[in-house]
Design a protein around this ligand. Structure first.
Ligand SMILES: [Mg+2]
Length: 245
């Protein structure tokens, strides 16, 4: 039985028709037992603006900044346990020093940066990406890199991404991965879409960078795009897990 739906925002929930958003909203309203969670690469202020732009369901929790920030309830109370845990494993200035010699890192837009996340924007070639990895290693910096949309490079503490943030929520709510549906469209969703045992939805409009995930048994690739694709996938997994209505 599905008790939690975790949705990426840009390109997954957002970007399609308002009709699709309304259908998902209506469906979730009738199923109050499903906790609705947003998991995005955006910062909290940015996702707040995004969520206010349409009739999106109100999330019970928001995972923002690629998993490095979690806020709960409609009051968006910060999850101090999660944030304190990251504090000890994150040294921003060490990351910055390791990357300072590289002149191809792209733009660092101020309001896209998080307390535990550095984001560079620009196209990177494979050799450049490898150079970034080597430079971090050389400086003894152990972090997690996510390159998505062939444009965004997110640097977060080692082992921290949307998937680990979801595991944190599962522990809090005493849920198992089999009771969760996750939906995404790009490489920063890969970690959560590939959680062992989770029920995943890859929306039809996904990026080529994640097309290979369609072959996995735990991944349902929807025919519809965006929010309509999420709803289609949610219903599919509800049927499969024996709780359709
Ligand atoms: Mg996305």
């Amino acid at each position: 039985m599905i008790k939690m739906l975790v949705c990426d925002f840009d390109g997954t929930l957002d970007g399609g028709s308002s009709h699709g958003v309304n259908r998902l909203f209506d469906y979730l309203t009738k199923q109050p037992d499903i906790r609705f969670i947003i998991a995005t690469g955006r910062t909290l202020p940015s996702i707040r603006v995004g969520l206010a732009s349409n009739n999106y369901p109100k999330p019970h929790s928001i995972i923002s900044d690629v998993g490095t920030r979690i806020h709960h309830n409609h009051s968006q109370k910060p999850d101090h346990i999660w944030h304190n845990q990251l504090e000890s494993s994150w040294n921003k200035s060490k990351v910055e020093s390791a990357l300072a010699p590289l002149d191809f890192m792209g733009e660092r837009i101020e309001n896209h940066q998080g307390d535990y996340k550095i984001t560079f924007e620009g196209k990177l070639s494979d050799p450049q990406y490898e150079q970034i990895e080597s430079s971090l290693k050389l400086h003894g910096v152990d972090v997690h890199l996510t390159y998505s949309h062939d444009w965004y490079l997110d640097i977060t503490p080692r082992g921290v991404n949307k998937a680990t943030a979801i595991h944190h929520l599962l522990k809090q709510h005493k849920l198992s991965v089999e009771e969760v549906c996750v939906a995404g469209d790009s490489a920063n969703d890969t970690a959560m879409l590939t959680i062992k045992g989770v029920n995943s939805i890859l929306v039809a409009n996904h990026y080529p960078e994640v097309a290979h995930l369609s072959d996995r048994d735990n991944v349902y690739t929807s025919r519809a795009t965006h929010a309509e694709g999420v709803l289609e996938g949610l219903k599919y997994w509800q049927l499969r897990t024996g709780a359709s209505r």
